[in-house]
Write a protein that binds this ligand. Structure first.
Ligand code: UD1
Ligand code: UDP
Length: 379
């Protein structure tokens, strides 16, 4: 029996973790024991608990309850809490997802005391180190023993950074192993899209004439009022073309939309005209339903831009760079930054375009199972 400690903390990690928890429950319950640590980075009911309830993820065995704070404060609290748990539990490995501060803390705390780190979503790069996520993912990759990349591009990035992506002798800190595994989020989207299709009173049916789905939360967009204003103006243009826009609003963005007088006035304007529907963050089942039934998606989220692709929706990415370059290269998504004119142009072009292609880039929906098999074979 291998004992794995999984670290979750932010919304997307809780969602990602469900794919491997499900694989363990269905196929590896005799060979892998999973314990879950929630760092407490996200804590609102609709940013955390809802996903455990809806997605069949076991209740966390530990909760560090670190809450919100600066990068340093949050990461420091996680590091000391995690180290204590790892020393007591003595797992065979620590499993971390993605690129948040919880990922960084899990990777650093485990590797420093020589516990192998398994990084799921390894190798992704935006090549913009001003993004906290880029620092987190690069650092975590370089302290990991098993690196699971969802894309071939991720494997290429790791090769360029000196990883021997072909070695299959041993998975160790000084000799890490790299795997191309497909995307655990595709596992989840396929699995839960089935669950959603049998649901009554689906949220998407509230907007009978159709809608465009949006999300905004990245630090580079929300912490800069000029960028946030650019985004609001771009979205306003799209709404003025006769579209309903539905935005489940991240708490970070909700707070920062009140930060300056310009933003407050822009919001008041949008709300007065009823152009955009801001709603509370939704659970994953509602989100899948909203994505599946949207005509287009506008987002700065890493996960949502990919889900747009899974559900064959054109996607306007409100970022300057993306680590999911494949979906931009095949024409299904466009990078527009926070520029209102570029957002408007992408909308107009996508509205007129009919020949979108969505090739199979993210595996076959069995990434969770594959990851468990490799852990058992090489750890
Ligand atoms: C974090 C990740 C980001 C990821 C996002 C997913 C880092 C550096 N960033 O960003 O990569 O895309 O999660 O959603 O790890 N807040 C609440 N309630 C909550 C959680 C947050 O009100 O349950 C508010 C707080 O005001 C907090 C702010 O949101 O200060 C930001 O939260 P934080 O976890 O620091 O970063 P995110 O923007 O959520
Ligand atoms: N998501 C959700 N409810 C929401 C917004 C997003 O369930 O109101 C899901 C979304 O489907 C995706 C994940 O959260 O699976 C993406 O997380 P987020 O956008 O917070 O972070 P990122 O992927 O950018 O790190």
């Amino acid at each position: 029996m291998k004992k794995i400690i999984t670290i979750v903390g932010a919304r997307p990690q809780i969602i990602k973790a469900s794919a491997i928890s499900r694989a363990i429950k269905n196929d590896f319950s005799e060979t892998i024991e999973e314990k879950i640590v929630h760092t407490g980075q996200h804590y609102d009911e609709n940013m955390s608990a809802v996903f455990f309830q809806e997605m069949g993820i076991p209740k966390p065995d530990f909760n560090l309850s670190v809450g919100s704070g600066s990068h340093g404060d949050m990461t420091a609290k996680m590091l000391s809490g995690l180290e204590e748990i790892f020393q007591k539990e003595k797992p065979d490995a620590v499993l971390v997802y993605g690129d948040t501060n919880s990922t960084l803390a899990g990777g650093l705390a485990a590797s420093k005391i020589h516990i192998p780190v398994i990084h799921v979503e390894a190798g992704l790069r935006s090549f913009d180190k001003r993004m906290p996520e880029e620092i987190n993912r690069i650092t975590c990759d370089h302290v990991s023993s098993m690196l699971f990349s969802p894309t071939q591009q991720g494997v290429k990035n790791l090769k360029r950074e000196g990883f021997d992506v072909e070695q299959r002798k041993t998975a160790e800190l000084n000799q890490p192993m790299v795997f191309h595994c497909g995307d655990v989020m595709l596992d989840n989207s396929l699995h839960f899209a089935n669950v959603v299709s049998n649901r009554e009173n689906r949220l998407s049916t509230q907007w009978k004439d159709g809608y465009i789905l949006g999300t905004i939360h990245r630090q580079e967009n929300t912490d800069d009022p000029t960028r946030l204003l650019g985004i609001l103006n771009g979205l306003k243009f799209i709404a003025e073309q006769g579209n309903t826009i539905v935005i489940p609003l991240h708490p970070r963005t909700k707070k920062l939309l009140q930060a300056t007088q310009d933003l407050k006035s822009a919001m008041a304007d949008i709300e007065k005209e009823g152009l955009i529907h801001f709603i509370e963050p939704v659970g994953f089942l509602d989100m899948i339903d909203l994505e599946k039934n949207a005509s287009m998606i506008v987002t700065d989220s890493g996960g949502v831009q990919k889900e747009a692709f899974f559900f064959k929706k054109p996607c306007i990415i409100m970022r300057d760079t993306t680590e999911w370059v494949e979906i931009v290269n095949c024409g299904a998504a466009r990078l527009v930054g926070a520029n209102a004119e570029k957002i408007a142009k992408a909308y107009t072009d996508f509205k007129a375009k009919t020949d979108f292609e969505f090739p199979e880039l993210f595996g076959d929906g069995n990434a969770g199972r594959f990851i468990c098999q490799q852990i058992l074979q090489y750890l």
